[in-house]
Write a protein that binds this ligand. Structure first.
Ligand code: Y12
Ligand code: CO
Length: 176
C-alpha cells in the first residue's frame, strides 16, 4: 500500500471521517502501512485522513523517557470516543499535514477515551501529558479540524502568510 501525507491546504483534510465497520485484513494492512509513514517523518501521531482515507482510525507513538519510539508504545485507535475530560494544558503542537509550523494550543490535561483496536476489541485509555494532547489532536482530524483552526484570527492570518511563503520557497528550490 503506497501512502503519502496529505498537506494543508488540501481540502481532503476538512472531511469528516466515517466510522470503521469492518475489522478485516484491509484495515490491518492499512494500519501497517501508516506506521512507517509516521516513523519516517518523525511523527508521533497520524490520522487516516492525513494519508487520504476518511475513516475513524489513528495511530500514536509517544516517545518514552529516553525519547525513543518503539512498536511497544504504538497505540492504534479505531472509532475513538472521548468519555471524560478535565484540566487545561498548553503545548506547542506540530502536524505532519502542516509542515514547519508549530503553535501553542490549549487542550484538556486529562482525557478518557473508549476505542476499538484493529481486531474490533473495545478498549479504554486514561491519558495525560503528551499522549492526552496527541489523542485530542488526532481526534480533531477525524472531524476535519486542524490545530491551525484553533488559532486566533490574527495568528491565523500570520500563519497563512508564512505558510504561503514557505510553499513558494519550496516550489522554487525544487525547480533548481
Ligand atoms: C503533541 C503535539 C502534536 C501532536 C500531533 C502529532 N504531530 C506530529 O507527529 C508532528 C510531527 C512533525 C514532524 C516533523 O518532521 C518532519 O516532517 C521530518 C515536522 O517537521 C517539519 O515539518 C519540517 C513537523 C511536525 C502530538 C502531540
Ligand atoms: Co495533525
Amino acid at each position: 500500500m503506497n501512502l503519502s501525507i496529505v498537506t494543508y491546504p488540501d481540502k481532503k483534510l476538512k472531511e469528516t471521517s466515517k466510522k470503521v465497520e469492518k475489522f478485516d485484513l484491509e484495515l490491518a494492512e492499512f494500519l501497517d502501512a501508516m506506521y512507517p509513514i509516521m516513523m519516517n517523518t518523525n511523527g508521533i501521531g497520524l490520522a487516516a485522513i492525513q494519508v487520504g482515507y476518511a475513516i475513524r482510525a489513528m495511530i500514536l507513538n509517544i516517545p518514552d523517557e529516553e525519547d525513543l519510539q518503539s512498536l511497544d508504545n504504538l497505540i492504534e485507535m479505531i472509532n475513538p470516543i472521548l468519555t471524560s475530560k478535565s484540566g487545561e494544558t498548553i503545548y506547542q503542537e506540530g502536524c505532519l499535514s502542516v509542515p514547519t509550523f508549530y503553535e501553542d494550543i490549549n487542550r484538556f490535561e486529562f482525557v478518557t477515551v473508549n476505542y476499538q483496536d484493529r481486531d474490533g476489541n473495545t478498549k479504554t485509555i486514561e491519558a495525560n501529558g503528551l499522549l492526552a494532547i496527541a489523542i485530542q489532536h488526532e481526534m480533531d482530524h477525524l472531524e476535519g479540524i486542524l490545530f491551525i483552526d484553533k488559532l486566533t484570527y490574527s495568528r491565523r492570518k500570520k500563519f497563512e502568510k508564512e505558510y504561503k511563503k514557505m510553499l513558494k520557497e519550496k516550489k522554487n528550490s525544487s525547480k533548481s
